[in-house]
Design a protein around this ligand. Structure first.
Ligand SMILES: N[C@@H](CCC(=O)N[C@@H](CS)C(=O)NCC(=O)O)C(=O)O
Length: 134
């Protein structure tokens, strides 16, 4: 399988951060190239040739110079490249559990971004969970 050469990155943006965290958990070192998305560097013809959606992250591979985009797809690729530690689930139950918590975390962040107190939202879900466990 082709190996990663470089991650086109933005140090603050959330989608590249997802890939950096995922790679770090797996112990995969990625060379980073910073793309200043605020200055439009992801919309240049040169960058659009790497990713026609004009966004980071983009992972460059060492095969024939191909590129992967979409943070979730890149994480899936890294999981296949290096299965341990298992982050995406070894079987259907683990996969479903992982998706459950990903969706829940997403809902928490949406609620928080709607000016609700994130900790009160978190304790709301904890209360629901502890009731389910009883
Ligand atoms: N669905 C894509 C979203 C990528 C995305 O929206 N990237 C943002 C940074 S978090 C970006 O590069 N924005 C620059 C632009 O759209 O010009 C993924 O998960 O990778």
């Amino acid at each position: 399988m082709a190996r990663p050469v470089k991650l086109y990155n933005h140090s603050v943006a959330p989608n590249p951060r997802r890939v950096r965290i995922f790679a770090a958990e797996k112990g995969i070192e990625l060379a980073l190239e910073e793309i200043n998305i605020l200055a439009g560097e992801s919309r240049t013809p040169e960058f659009l040739a790497k990713n026609s959606s004009g966004a980071v992250p983009v992972l460059e591979l060492d095969d024939d110079g191909s590129y992967l985009s979409e943070s979730v797809a890149i994480c899936r690729y890294l999981e296949g490249l290096q299965p341990e530690p298992n982050l995406l689930g070894r079987d259907l139950s683990e996969l479903a559990l992982r998706l459950t918590f990903t969706r829940r975390a997403r809902r928490l962040s949406v609620d928080a971004s709607q000016q609700k107190d994130a900790s009160s939202v978190a304790s709301h879900y904890n209360r629901i969970d502890s009731r389910r466990l009883q």
